[in-house]
Design a protein around this ligand. Structure first.
Ligand code: NAG
Ligand code: NAG
Length: 293
């Protein structure tokens, strides 16, 4: 036991080498340019296949990589399905992500979104992961960051799942790690075209593929108020050319009682959870299904 403890400490200190050894959550010190100071942690199960998939799991405000590793199902799912999990960690004291600055809403802008993209690029290279199987999921502030990453790095991600977030650009304050009250209280409304513009402006001139999106939100959310659900649906409908007012199909009580799943097109699914408050519980098994893992 004591020996195991000492070993863990030693592994923890050797950074990259320990991450390659597998087992436990490991910090990676040198993953490339990181002017925003975000930290990188990785979980790499044993017996990874050739060219493993990557899931990036992004924590909520007051979260840490360790808390998200302990409190979300992705570690266990990684053991089962054999993929790598990257757990980025916010450098700010409140533990929220910068989703409000011009820099983070811009590809290669040097802010948090840029640091996380560099973690992904490092992992693809260092662990010979499959660049076509990179996925991102996040809760609350991490959900907002998921929308920001899908906007700034559409070429990196095959699919993204947003739990209880807001549309990319909605939190804009023109300051780093700001809090936008009008957005959080659900008072920012825009057309699908205007919302889509935030996405297009994040990576101007890009015409390649974009991640499939799944958006979860609770109807009783008072932290990031529930209108943010439809605003996010409008954003991605605008991007993909879907009709946000008319889903292609709708299933009541899916994936569980009180949740309605709406499909707007092959790149956009919304899941609205009746009477669920902030932080819709993670549906890990559904998540890996959506990712195709
Ligand atoms: C990124 O910044 C964090 C916090 O300052 C630091 O712990 C980490 O080593 C940095 N990583 C790189 C690659 O610069
Ligand atoms: C909040 O964001 C909206 C855009 O979503 C913007 O119009 C508004 O000015 C922002 N509020 C603050 C205080 O920056």
């Amino acid at each position: 036991m004591v020996r195991f403890y000492i070993l863990s400490i030693l592994l923890g200190l050797t950074g990259v080498a320990s991450a390659q050894a597998g087992g436990g959550l490991q910090q990676v010190q040198d993953f490339g340019p990181n002017s925003s100071g975000a930290r990188m942690f990785v979980y790499k199960p044993n017996n990874l296949p050739e060219k493993p998939a990557i899931v990036v799991g992004i924590h909520y405000c007051s979260g840490t990589a360790q808390k998200y590793y302990n409190g979300s199902p992705y570690k266990g799912l990684a053991d089962q399905k054999r993929f790598i999990v990257i757990y980025p960690e916010s450098p700010y004291s409140g533990g929220c992500w910068d989703v409000s600055s011009k820099a983070t809403l811009t590809r290669d802008g040097g802010a948090n979104s840029n640091s996380i993209a560099n973690m992904v690029k490092y992992t693809i290279k260092e662990f010979k992961a499959d660049p076509s199987k990179v996925f991102v999921v996040g809760e609350s502030s991490g959900g907002m960051m998921t929308n920001v990453l899908a906007s700034t790095y559409p070429d990196l991600f095959a699919a993204a799942i947003v739990y209880s977030g807001v549309p990319a650009g909605c939190f804009f304050t023109n300051t780093v790690n700001g809090w936008n009250n009008s957005c959080s209280s659900g008072q920012v409304h825009a057309t699908p075209e205007r919302w889509a513009q935030w996405v297009f402006d994040a990576y101007p001139g890009y015409h390649g593929s974009r991640p499939r999106m799944q958006i979860y939100h609770g109807s009783a959310d008072t932290t990031l108020a529930s209108p943010n659900y439809m605003e996010t649906i409008k954003q991605w409908s605008g991007v993909f050319g879907y009709d946000s007012s008319k889903p292609e199909s709708q299933k009541a009580n899916t994936p569980q009682s009180g949740y309605t799943t709406s499909t707007y097109g092959d790149h956009l699914i919304g899941v609205y959870a009746q009477n669920v408050g902030h932080g819709v519980p993670v549906h890990g098994v559904e998540d890996v299904k959506f990712f195709g893992l």
